[in-house]
Design a binder for this molecule. Sequence first.
Ligand code: FES
Length: 284
Amino acid sequence: MNPLSLDCPVSCPYGEARSPRFDFPVGQVRRVAAADPDQDVDETKRNILKLLAVAGIVGAGAGGLVGGTLQFVQPPTVGISSFPITQLLDVDGSALTVEKVESEYNVATSSLYLFNYPLRNEPNFLLNLAPVNGEQPSPSNPGAWNVPGGVGTHGSIVAYSAICQHLGCPAPAIAYYPPGTCPQTFPTPTNPNSPFYIHCSCHGSTYDVTNGAANLTGPAVLPLPQIVLVADPDTGNITATGNTPNSPTVNGHLNTLQGDYSVGTSSQLAKENPVIVCFFGLPS
Ligand code: FES
């Protein structure tokens, strides 16, 4: 393959033999499924259809079927005016606490744990970058403590947008790669050969999970938006409260707060299997 080409590699999930599971166009955001599969429904579309049906009935009753329906054809603009304070819930529906995250997840966790925030169609990765053995990270003990925006005992718990900043491929096409997933490593502020990162299988963009999801390889040039997490000092409950000041707008949205309804006061983790493709794009 021409290294300067952005052609899809043979193992690309959008190639000939792709799985129907990943057969969605670039830029189409799939809503993260909650524990209840019935919740994985586009409620916006459903509500618009309900509105159209009601409008049709009302319009017919008034002798104006067409006029009564057309006034609702224009989809409503939905969004929120500020970031919600949202309690994160574990996959079992219980409150997500620092203690749980530190006991259940670490830098080697290969499944993806995603939650929507601040809108229902904006998925994010929840990551704990602490080493598997719980000891101080080093080049020979992969992991990271005290990362920017990190919470928990050693500041290792972070959350980043799961929508690629290039053309908007959502998780699981963009995924967290634990150490050893691919032979590729990258120099980061704390490790000259960091072996773990977020990588997008669509065209090879890579992001540094230890440094605000800064861009490591293109074609994307911007970092992933980072969620501000807060851990309650008494309960350990983790809440999402906003985006960090340096975060760009979530890809595909004119404004991070516009384009769907708010997640509300709680948002539950959903588990997904990553798409792994060891193809790395152009240096950013
Ligand atoms: S969408 Fe192109 S690299 Fe992610």
